[in-house]
Design a protein. Sequence first.
Length: 239
Amino acid sequence: MERILWVNLIVGGAALVQSLAGFGLALVAIPFLILVLSPKVAVPMLVGSSIVLGGALLVESYRLVDVRKVAYLLFGGILGLPVGTYVLAKFDPHLLSRIIAGVTLVLALLLLLGVTRRFRRERAASVSAGFLSGTIGGSTAMYGPPVILLGLNQAWDKAHFRANLIAYFEGISLVNMFVFSGFDLVSGPILLLSMSAVPGMALGFWSGIRLKDRMPERVFRALAFGLVFAGGISALAFG
């Protein structure tokens, strides 16, 4: 029971962030979930729970989704998922998390310092970002950093940025659960644990939706960078 309470607290706080920004669920939750669960339980459990939250968020924001942008991201992401899931199933995920964290922090720092160059061929960049996202997400559930950094680099506006992220994360999470099943990473107890986190997730979702429209663009970008840094530092510390 104590473990379920901690899971709900962690997932609820992460769901609040996800509702506000359209991303951040795994960046916030995974570093803390692996303190109470093994990575091979925490990752598929969170992905399963995220499908519930993502569906609710997509109902609220689907009109703003740019289907083409999301399709390119998903194409790359689906190609990367088996790679990341194989690593999760066969290799030490802690070392991978630290490598990913280091790369993510370097990329985020370059963007924060203004060392950016807008991609003229955004489709190719989107497929590449999706592939990295799928590879990372398949092993850590942290699909966000490559896609978030692409959106920040391309200066996507807040409303469409958030909606595209929600649609992408929902699609990649659904596919990832099937990939997890193929690697025997999904079981009855994990699915039950995913469902037990729904109350905390629902409370976080409701709170985030109430606060979402009060967030200015400047605050949104600051939150985006802050979460990428926080996720990277947390993965280095706890991974």
